[in-house]
Design a binder for this molecule. Structure first.
Ligand code: NG6
Ligand code: CA
Length: 501
């Protein structure tokens, strides 16, 4: 009898305890799926290209599709910086494309999105591409890394340090290199090679993919990268297995945390170079490795959404999908992406792409799904990734501590079709454009019209200001600056005011 009463009491206690930890609708799980260099036309729900991406489209069909969704920059590090900190990247002069051994970019005392969520009872994780620096600038890869994703708010981190084309080509699990043999330590340099180590430049016979520009330093997995590394043989990643590996870790995290609120930043590595999808996807797009890598990414999204279904989490999870910058074809490896592109238009109807100040540099796919809370539809509201910080803070009834980030919670959830009235986007290395309403001002900048190192891409630089009405002229073909000098001047003043605020 006593035993029976004891069991009943335990059951009662368990019910009470699980009741306490139950989520309210204001505390949904949050997942941000963030592609790398994926264009707005690469995703079929935007109906601007010829690839078919049913996995990503599912988020749009079941949620809201933004036609004016933006990254803050046309390159990776600055955009990621904004997403996680709610601050424009140009406020931090170190927020530029980082080397693989650069120091942690985000101040460990700064307010960040993962910290905000953690403070509100969420378990937080990042899986995938990091590219926000690690360590203090003098990193030793052979001992636990103490300045990284975990120090800026992530309880769990399973990442690549920088990009898939930069050394070290190893995974970092909560600050530890995965599968590192202590007898084969890793050394990394971005200045000079280690004696006796092959490079893409000197040993092209060792390569399975050849560089087209840059990318001719150390060779790992038959691919030469940016930067030099030595050692760590047992820890080197296999590019072909990367998608499955990150997907497994993402699925594992959500299933381990299905009973408590979680935040997952699932940072896909596709379709950034080198594009080396799993064999299962080789040839699947008919567009070569770039298209194949996108179809692989789409499959990852589809599988991840299925996992949410299986765990019964699809209703109570806000899923946001976007990309860190616009698309590029040849970005340094001879993968024929430019030859095999056919009729496909990764940049949609917009001008430019990755690195560019023109619209396609930052005008990216931007989708949000929260079943039961977001009514499926399309929104033309202007929204930037920098707004996710304040919008999520509002969702959790928290104060917004980042001035650049606007609370667009009602925009994000489709309750209003109004978004920001203006924003600033970054092209290459701190060069900025200003959009207000339907007007875009590109101030004058020195520099060539095309990227100098061999990428076929317009920078957007001109010695004169450029003015476009992107509603009437989404392809930015009709520069109205000469016709409307007052508009140029008025926008320049407003832009200056934000920059110096
Ligand atoms: C460039 C690389 C490019 C890519 C980019 C960063 C060369 C010639 N090009 O410097 O391949 O890695 O940096 O891309 O090295 S991003 O998406 O991470 O910003
Ligand atoms: Ca990128």
């Amino acid at each position: 009898m006593q035993k029976f009463i004891f069991l009943i009491s335990c059951a009662f206690l368990l019910t009470v305890l699980s009741g306490c930890s139950q989520k309210t609708p204001t505390q949904p799980n949050i997942v941000i799926i963030y592609a790398d260099d994926l264009g707005i036309g690469d995703v079929s729900c935007y109906q601007a290209g010829t690839l078919n991406t049913p996995g990503i489209d599912r988020i749009a069909t079941e949620g809201i599709r933004f036609t004016n969704g933006y990254a803050t920059a046309a390159t990776c590090t600055p955009s990621r910086y904004s997403l996680l900190t709610g601050e424009y990247p140009w406020r931090n002069e170190r927020a530029r494309v980082l080397a693989g051994n650069s120091a942690l970019l985000i101040d460990t005392t700064a307010n960040t999105l993962p910290k905000l969520l953690k403070a509100n009872g969420y378990t937080t994780a990042v899986v995938g591409k990091w590219h926000l620096g690690l360590g203090d600038g003098n990193i030793n890869w052979n001992v636990p890394i103490t300045m990284g994703a975990n120090e800026v708010g992530f309880d769990r981190s399973y990442i690549m340090a920088a990009t898939n084309d930069r050394v070290p080509t190893v995974y970092v699990d909560n600050g530890n290199i995965v599968n590192l043999d202590v007898n084969d330590p890793i050394e990394v340099s971005y200045h000079k090679n280690f004696e006796g180590e092959p490079t893409g430049k000197e040993n092209p016979e060792l390569l399975k993919i050849h560089p087209s520009h840059g990318h001719n330093n150390s060779i790992t997995n038959g691919i030469s990268r940016i930067g030099y590394m030595k050692g760590g043989k047992s820890a080197l990643w296999v590019d072909e297995a990367m998608a499955d590996n990150f997907l497994d870790k993402a699925k594992q995290f959500v299933s381990q945390n299905k009973n408590n609120p979680f935040f997952l930043f699932y940072a896909l590595h596709q379709p950034h170079v080198p594009r080396v999808p799993n064999q299962r996807f080789a040839g699947s797009s008919g567009m070569g490795p770039r298209g194949d890598a996108i179809l692989e990414a789409d499959w990852c999204v589809s599988e991840f959404l299925k996992t949410l279904d299986e765990l019964g989490l699809s209703e109570n999870t806000l899923v946001i999908f976007s990309s860190d910058n616009g698309p590029v074809l040849d970005d340094g490896y001879q993968d024929q992406s430019d030859v095999l592109i056919g009729e496909h238009t990764p940049w949609g109807n917009f001008r430019g792409g990755k690195y560019s100040l023109y619209d396609a540099g930052t005008h990216v796919p931007f989708l949000a799904r929260w079943k039961g809370q977001i009514k499926p539809g399309v929104s033309d509201a202007l929204i930037s990734q920098v707004d996710l910080y304040a919008s999520i803070a509002a969702l959790l009834n928290n104060e917004n501590k980042r001035p650049d980030s606007q609370n667009l919670l009602n925009t994000l959830t489709g309750k209003t079709k109004t978004g920001r009235s203006e924003h600033i986007t970054e092209g290459l290395q701190g060069r900025l454009a200003y959009r207000e309403g339907d007007w875009v001002l590109i101030p004058p900048y020195k520099g060539g019209k095309k990227i100098s190192w061999g990428v076929d891409m317009e920078t957007g630089f001109s010695s004169k200001p450029q003015l476009y009405n992107v509603k009437e002229d989404p392809g930015q073909q009709n520069d109205l600056a000469d016709e409307m000098p007052e508009k140029v001047q008025q926008m320049q003043l407003k832009f200056n005011a934000i920059r110096t605020s």
